[in-house]
Design a protein around this ligand. Structure first.
Ligand code: ZN
Length: 145
């Protein structure tokens, strides 16, 4: 893969614009790509949505897409970061940073800081602790095209 040539994609290679979770700038990636590298900061990016269905203990989970935590999942990470949004139906312990809306379903249980432009909490969701920072302007602001 040659990231330097991805900005001028031919018409038969449709692209979409995602936001880099490292530098938070917009970058065009192939619709079919599962991963790419950011043309601005040149770091590796995961693009596909992440669905966690079981136990995931680690340092971080990051994607340009969405992160969906299944109701049986048990996620313990330092940082969970998604650019398109986060949906929680299971347990998350750690810091959640989302550039899209966050949904806490009725079986969700979170313990940690949350940064997002909007959060929807279903009746039954448990929030055990952490500092919430809900602001309509995502961290890093808008990228001018
Ligand atoms: Zn970047």
């Amino acid at each position: 893969m040659c990231a330097a040539h991805q900005q001028l994609a031919p018409p038969d290679n449709p692209t979409r614009v995602v936001r880099c979770y490292h530098c938070q700038r917009a970058c065009a990636v192939s619709l079919r790509a599962m991963s790419s590298s950011c043309p601005h900061c040149h770091r590796q990016l995961a693009i596909a949505d992440i669905v966690v269905r079981a136990r995931h203990w680690g340092t971080s989970l990051q994607t340009c897409g969405r992160i969906i935590v299944d109701r049986r999942a048990d996620v313990r990470v330092t940082l969970l970061k998604a650019c398109a949004g986060v949906e929680v139906h299971g347990t998350v312990k750690g810091r959640i940073v989302s550039l899209g809306p966050v949904t806490l379903g009725d079986t969700a249980q979170i313990d940690g800081d949350l940064e997002a432009p909007a959060v929807f909490v279903a009746p039954g969701a448990k929030i055990l602790g952490g500092k919430f920072s809900i602001s309509p302007v995502a961290p890093g602001g808008r990228a001018s095209g």
